[in-house]
Ligand binder design. Sequence first.
Ligand SMILES: [Zn+2]
Length: 515
Amino acid sequence: MRKINIFDTTLRDGEQSAGVNLNLHEKLEIARQLERLGVDIIEAGFPAASKGDFQAVKQIAETIKGCSVTGLSRSVQSDIDAAWEALKGGAEPRLHLFIATSPIHMAHKLRMTPEQVIEAAVSAVKYAKRYFPIVQWSAEDACRSELPFLAEIISKVIEAGASVINIPDTVGYITPKEYGEIFTFLKNNVQNIEKVSLSAHCHDDLGMAVANSLAAIEHGATQIEGTINGIGERAGNAALEEIAVALYIRKDYYNATTRLNLQEIKRTSNLVSKLTGMVIPANKAVVGKNAFAHESGIHQDGVLKEKTTYEIISPELVGVQSNSMVLGKHSGRHALRNRVEELGYTLSEEEINKLFVRFKELADKKKDITDDDLVALIFEEKFDHFKEFYQLSSIQVQYGTNQIPTAVVVLTDGQGNEIQEAATGSGSVEALYNTLERCFQTDVTLLDYRIESVSGGRDALAQVFVKVRANEIETSGRGTAQDVLEASAKAYINAVNRVFMIEKMREENQKVAIR
Ligand SMILES: [Zn+2]
């Protein structure tokens, strides 16, 4: 069977989803899980974009040794230099260079002639080859480029040293048949094409990203780029879990395989969804909540008699397990640590100790601590702490049917100063958020508010997700507590802290606009 390399860009293209801003700890955790999943290449970010991006790419490259780590770079020397500084400590440093090749992008965005674009691409590849053993070259907006020009520039960048050629459908415009034909055209019209591997990168604007990627495999692509859960710019990228499972289930047809450990799919999908705040639709293929639920009587009857009557993918294949009760009041530190490791999280000694305290507090109030509860606590301990910004000390909310809801909040800021405010609102949450807004002394617009229970039962933890806009930055936040109002307050503080964090990073370095 042909081996297909999986190039994951959840941390680069995926992180470009509107409202998604991951911090360093969150990016590292996703990278570790991607390594466990078995992707071949992790695109960790765009090192020249900002100091924060640079640091994240550098840390990921230095941490991840089980796969290659790459970073995106425009075809300019300063970008390549920054990428090398960030990636040189990695196990197999590779660079992802790009330049636009469509008439519309060359004329309006780059304001360069086709000859100038070829020259810039070739000299960037040559320059990158001084440092990087592997250089991947992408023709941005390849699918709206003129094919003879595409063949010409690809032939020249291969001559200059590129070893992977990526054909992105940047705007999600192509159809499977046409996309396959581009690969066939290039194989027939670029003389030195057999020296390189061909890669597909599809966007889902017309809902065809996965189908296009599979068409590329049929026509000679040996690398597929995409993201977990298909998150990404606009309608998102090709969903890697869907491609991997399609190749597995239909190996009779595709005769191709990946290195992915399919049983890690569900865990990876959950982690990415929780950390990015991007909900997985219930009907989403492979990882949706309903993907394995049989509802109609006829279907249920069939599945009971013989599973394969209506089930082509078994839930176990992708690591779906029923939520098991694991820990309780009498569980010790050792049991907790083991379970955390089994769940795939990496915590320091200090973090385990803090988690244990929180775990004991929860176990006093709640009988069974499920995996989901534990994950919620881990998130709070590991990712939602912003010591340098605001932290909740206490809240008090008054509500009655014939009263005006009132909230009193005490926060501490990064310097340890206490801030106390009170305000009213037309409901408890509004009173709370009005009060918090006073504490921050910043206008905050609440764009979305969602509440869900972490597991079943009346004593379940509440988890609140919010999306806010403040200081022209849109970001999400989450908070967990046994009480819904406390969870609401934590989510709001978490989101606003992220705004301050992004502002701080922006001050350090203006983020450049990227594709
Ligand atoms: Zn893209």
